[in-house]
Ligand binder design. Structure first.
Ligand code: KPL
Length: 295
């Protein structure tokens, strides 16, 4: 099984490093010239990755660890070639809504969604720090056969352990979306670390957001109480207290954010099902317009 990785981003570089260590055949697809990357491990050791380019070769499994807003732009130029193959497309990003677009672009390719607690940070242009490891979950979006499932489970158990195959990845993605929809925009607007959101002054915002998200999730067939969502959000704030969220980093760096695929997705689902989501809508606007919060 030949594996391709799209880009040389932080998580993409961790994947390349792991594949190199496992001695599995892989290559990197990138519009930019490839460069060596130094990986700093959790133990503080340094290791080098020298990724091979794909040079036009289409891999059997294509890992897509890109930001939600980058995925379609990266896949569109490859679509004609990919349609002629049975390449498995593995999406790895925050937010929801992209998988449907990818499925429309590549209706016959096997498609899966992955979510991982493995974290990485670019500290210099060619230095990536592994900031944490944790559970990785994947599940079928479309066209995943039983043999695919067995092969992919084996691959991910080696690549990103601990790993679980999920029969219903949609539920896992909604649960992750709820966490991102609170932590990411609030930590970006208040320019704070995740743990600072545990302060009582943010309690009401948490409660209102959890109530809106639980109501929208219910219409998507994922039944969670606002209290259940709050408990999982609080647990992530505790566990990642010293970290800055990805949206905080994007806003600080003046880069585009994933807001349209996080709170924007909730806003869109709410509008389609008649559920009011005023606070989610306001967060989308504030992040898009770069405005300070009024609360
Ligand atoms: O996924 C994350 C992100 O920053 O995007 C969380 C879970 C909020 C951790 O920071």
């Amino acid at each position: 099984m030949h594996i391709g990785i799209m880009s040389q981003g932080a998580i993409a570089s961790i994947l390349a490093w792991r594949l190199q260590k496992l001695d599995l055949p892989y290559c990197v697809l990138s519009k930019r010239p490839l460069h060596p990357v130094q990986i700093e491990t959790l133990e503080g050791e340094a290791d080098m990755v020298l990724p091979p380019g794909c040079n036009g070769k289409i891999p059997d499994v294509l890992l897509v660890p890109l930001k939600a807003w980058q995925v379609m732009t990266a896949l569109e130029p490859l679509a004609a070639k990919l349609r002629q193959t049975n390449t498995v497309i593995a999406l790895m990003h925050n937010g929801m809504g992209v998988a449907e677009q990818v499925h429309a672009l590549l209706p016959d390719n096997p498609l899966l969604a992955i979510t991982t607690r493995c974290g990485a940070l670019r500290i210099e242009s060619q230095r990536i720090r592994l900031t944490g490891t944790g559970l990785t979950q994947a599940g079928a979006v479309a066209n995943i056969s039983e043999p695919h499932m067995a092969q992919l489970s084996e691959l991910f158990s080696r690549l990103l352990p601990p790993f679980e195959w999920q029969q219903d990845i949609n539920q896992v993605l909604w649960d992750k979306l709820a966490i991102n929809a609170v932590i990411n925009p609030l930590s970006a607007l208040y320019q704070c670390k995740n743990g600072e959101l545990l302060q009582p002054r943010f309690d009401l915002l948490h409660e209102q957001l959890a109530a809106e998200i639980a109501a929208v999730m219910d219409t998507a067939g994922v039944s969670r109480s606002a209290a259940q969502l709050l408990a999982s959000i609080r647990a992530v704030e505790q566990a990642t207290a010293q970290n800055y969220s990805s949206m905080n980093r994007d806003v600080t760096a003046g880069k585009p954010t994933e807001i349209d695929f996080i709170n924007g997705f909730i806003k869109q689902k709410g509008a389609a099902t008649g559920i009011a989501t005023p606070l989610n809508n306001e967060l989308v606007e504030l992040i898009q317009d770069g405005k300070p919060p009024r609360w």
